[in-house]
Write a protein of this length. Structure first.
Length: 155
């Protein structure tokens, strides 16, 4: 993890959006708009990205920490409360959450490619040319548990 916030690079280039959260995700989770759900005060509901297949391209929203309510990057949101997401742009650095991998934990090197997991908006090692590389790892990690925040650069 780099720094103490989800967005690492000063002022992000992409827009920010707010709306109710439809789950209990933690900051650093890749999010999506919840389908077939009515707007609340003109805002969509956001849930952890669940594209159904590892590496499927999604709009690159990332859940950011809620400083207005005194929350940190480690605090899960309460379902139904207001959240803020940022639309990541290529080249932006961010702290994203790792998914679970089999064995003793996540191990990776600077520059390793990662994709979005099929079910939970977490980042997992890239598996091949048929899926999108969402981001590259910007730090070396050894046997890190799933759910840990790590430094990434959006591709």
């Amino acid at each position: 993890m780099k720094g103490r916030t989800i967005l690492v690079m000063g002022q992000p280039r992409g827009p920010r959006y707010s709306g109710p959260i439809g789950d209990t995700s933690k900051p650093g989770t890749i999010m999506q708009v919840k389908t077939a759900t009515e707007m609340t005060n003109g805002d969509p509901t956001y849930i952890a990205a669940a594209p159904g297949t590892d590496g499927v391209k999604v709009v690159p929203y990332i859940l950011i920490e809620d400083h207005n309510q005194g929350k940190t990057v480690d605090d899960a949101f309460v379902n139904g409360t207001l959240c803020e997401v940022a639309a990541l742009q290529p080249g932006e650095d961010f702290n994203g959450r790792l998914g679970e991998v089999a064995g003793t934990g996540n191990t990776g090197a600077i520059g390793d490619p990662y994709m979005i997991d099929a079910e939970d908006g977490l980042l997992v090692p890239w598996v091949g040319a048929t899926v999108e590389v969402f981001a590259i790892l910007m730090e070396t990690i050894t046997q890190v548990a799933g759910g840990t925040l790590c430094w990434f650069r959006k591709t």
